[in-house]
Design a protein around this ligand. Sequence first.
Ligand SMILES: [Zn+2]
Length: 286
Amino acid sequence: MIVIGDDDKNINKQYNNIKVLMYHKIIDEGKSTSSQWISVGREEFRKHLMLLDKWGFTPITFRDYLLFMKGQIPLPKKPVILTFDDGYEEVYKIAFPMLKDLGWNAVVFVIGDPKIKIDLWNNKLLTGNPSLLNSDQIIEMHEAGLEIGSHSMSHLYLPNEPYTNAWYEISWSKDELELLIGSSIQSFSYPYGAVNNHLKQMVKIAGYKIGCGVYTGPPKFGQDILDIRRITIPGGTSTVNFAFKMLTPYEYYEYAGSKVLHRKNGNSNANEFEHSRKKQKQTELI
Ligand SMILES: [Zn+2]
């Protein structure tokens, strides 16, 4: 790990702007499904890693960030957080070896219910092989240093659930996963990126330190650690577009764009969650 220089005057500014990328599935090229959104090709992902390396980024985890905030570890100069939602087994088979080769970490959000072996929430035509990570794969990735986070028990759309169900999905998945890996689960990813204040409070009370949304949180990293905005990296992202997302304040542009959208719709009081739902419809699934 690169140690921070004492003379780095921009240190705080830098860490306030950690980009958090969201992936789902990494697939072998040629096995492309009808949805490019959810599946990034193996070579495409390799290229992303090479570009991140070339541009000086070092992937960290939320765990690292929390330790840094407690003053226990330094962070690299250009940290980035790579996240994978849903826990597809290809994350283990394809992405994990590539990350290992580079000595890099990532955050993998998995389903807490061990009885759920396949993706039940997306159309199989969109996802191809719907197999999810098994317990051994999750444990191996945890032991190799990747952070395991919760993506709820069964990937329900939590804002529509009664409180007791939402609480079960959020808190029980933490317990199940902690029993599985023998370590604390500190991060939660809201299924479908669907988050509201009630859910955020539940996530906090359940004992998570980090909540990940998609399009809803503030653009500044750390400003709302229960609704961290993530940058989606869909399949087919061009190098120019990837560079735009990584090398410019892209999350601020996206946030500003969502505000303009609300104003155009004459809906200035609408919260960001509504924007998330519109985005979700556009992109079909998260
Ligand atoms: Zn999901």
